[in-house]
Write a protein that binds this ligand. Sequence first.
Ligand code: ZN
Ligand code: ZN
Ligand code: FE
Length: 760
Amino acid sequence: MSRRVRVDVRGAVQGVGFRPFVYRQAQKLGVSGWVENTAFGVRLEAEGIPDAIATLLRMIREIPPPNASIVSIDVEELNWRGDDGFVIRPSAADGARSAQILPDLATCEDCLRELFDPNDRRYLYPFINCTHCGPRYSIVEDVPYDRARTSMRHFPMCPACRAEYEDPLNRRFHAEPNACPGCGPRIALWNGKGATLAQDHDALLAVADAIRVGQIVAVKGVGGFHLLVDARDEAAVIRLRARKQRPDKPLAVMFPTLKDIARECDVWPVEGSLLSSTARPIVLVRRKEGSIAPAVAPGNPWLGAFLPYAPLHHILMHELGFPVIATSGNLSDEPIATDETEALVRLAGIADRFLVHNRPIIRAIDDSVVRVVCGRELVLRRARGFAPAPIAVDGMRSGTLALGGHMKATIALTLENAVLMSQHIGDLETVAARATHGRTVADMVRMRGQAPRLGVRDLHPDYATSVMAAGMGLPLAGVQHHLAHVVACMAEHGIALPALGVAWDGTGYGIDGTIWGGEFLLITDGGWRRVAHLRTFRLPGGEQAVREPRRSAVGLLYEAFGDDAFAMDEVPLLAAFSHAERAVLQTMLAQGVNAPVTSSMGRLFDGFAALCDLRQHASYEGQAAAEFEWAATEAQTPYEFALCPGARKDAPFVLDWKPALDTLLGDRRCGVAAGAVSAAFHDGLAAAIVSVARRIGERRVVLTGGCFQNVRLTEAAVAALRAAGHEPIWHRRVPPNDGGIALGQAVWAACTEGQLPRMS
Ligand code: ZN
Ligand code: ZN
Ligand code: FE
């Protein structure tokens, strides 16, 4: 009595040692047949006694390889054929492509042991890897995932490597990037002109020497170049900031070990496991007094820390033994450089030396950024280690392509019951960034081997993505920015309708043509409705207000007090403007010229921060709001936000900040510190969310938008909602900022199939 089955395993099952795993189990069980990679995952046929087949199926379900993520297993009964033995077949490359490509994986413990073993043939070899670790997404040119379709195809394996690769019992069996010093990629040290100064381990030692004396070194890693500099050397850090044109924005620090991070920062257990996970993201941890130079993250209680994830980093950090800044190799706002000759040009004048290697990077992938909120991870930037893992979304149909927003852009493509999200691309302010966005779209479509049926864009007419969408030659749907934020969060958690979305951010195009940003949207199966919003005010100078928080403050004062605002000399920020500037501002506000109306919560944060004299000018987006958050002390009596009915019947409620502003002005006159004002402001907003949820009568409340990167606000809102019997929902693996927009766009448009949903 024999049984033969065909098994289709779908999910992230290629490049994780799945076939060898099946092979070994089959050998053990005396099962014959074959296993192969296909364009949708892994397929196998197995025959043997029914007990053995049942055990094999159970093994696949219950103990698959550690990095595999199985979406489905389909078993079909076949007629017995009498195969001899079990084989691993070469890959089939045709047909629809739904195989998932794995994210890049941090070096595993086994490989690390070999890396530092003087008797191993890969001792100190910077490209050591196995079926459980190494580059994946960053080297893949096409699917199925096989060496011939990765950038490792340029390196024919030596006999020793090939023997490992072909031995089903070896842990490098079909490790596609398998390599050794004899046959694999090599590193070299270049000067700024591309002349080779040293090679192999000598190059690495020379880089360590350069970093020790305060030089800036560009290092080609997994998804692109990093700029490295001694994180303890204030002068070197300041030099890096000046050359990179990045005055204040925090820089990430790579530490040799988790212990080294714990010496400089308070690391909670959940943060420790994130830091050590195979994704190895940058994790924001609370810093203590230590050796890190103040210029790394000025005035910031948090430090973006991470651990080595490629063998090259492990060797370098082992050699150095101290923390280094490892920030993206780019000029402010441009995408990360990936190619060494391109890096020479783009990083000229920034890096003193270049540590390069000859394994091509197929796509740029930045480091991911994560922080812990309410005891679990909140991904702020989803890139290396997370992308391109799909987000499971029930009922999704394939073929909808969403282009995302404008800042922190990502793109999304729907599959059956899942959505593929691209890695973080960046702000589309530069030509280079827009080109990367275009390439990412083409890349994603090509890898799926399936043309999209529907394109999705933001409603903003001037976004680069809106222009690109028009050129795609596809039927198009537009999805409102804040609706996309709410839907992204709901999709991530599989939340059923209805729900009240609280979408708070800096800016997003509203359906009335004004700038939205402090929105409450009720989403039901009949569509969506703006049920409340922040009281509007004008932003004198428009976009300039993003760089000058004091302009938001003036806008608030003018809305509240009219022309009298300009007589309030006791408000220090007004004194910061010259008489001429004040006259211009007043005219702008009075006549509504170059002073757009907004309900932006981000700008409300900016305005309050400026009124506390924390920051009048910002060098990066959200700086004032972040500093306002950092200043917050323990709980205070919350500021009051009044919930008022709209002007017309059926108009949205208005959340009025005027009572909070009045209290703030009084507090500041009495010398209340900015930290106490900030705490009262945050807690007041949390209470305001509860009052809107109660008025609307909705139990489920979704917290989304860039403002919910703020841990103080999110934790206060979650606690207040829970205390009032509501069910708060907030982000986890999908960013609350505009990095999540593409997912929300794709899901909403796919669900409504391009029909513009009912809006009011
Ligand atoms: Zn390994
Ligand atoms: Zn070799
Ligand atoms: Fe947004």
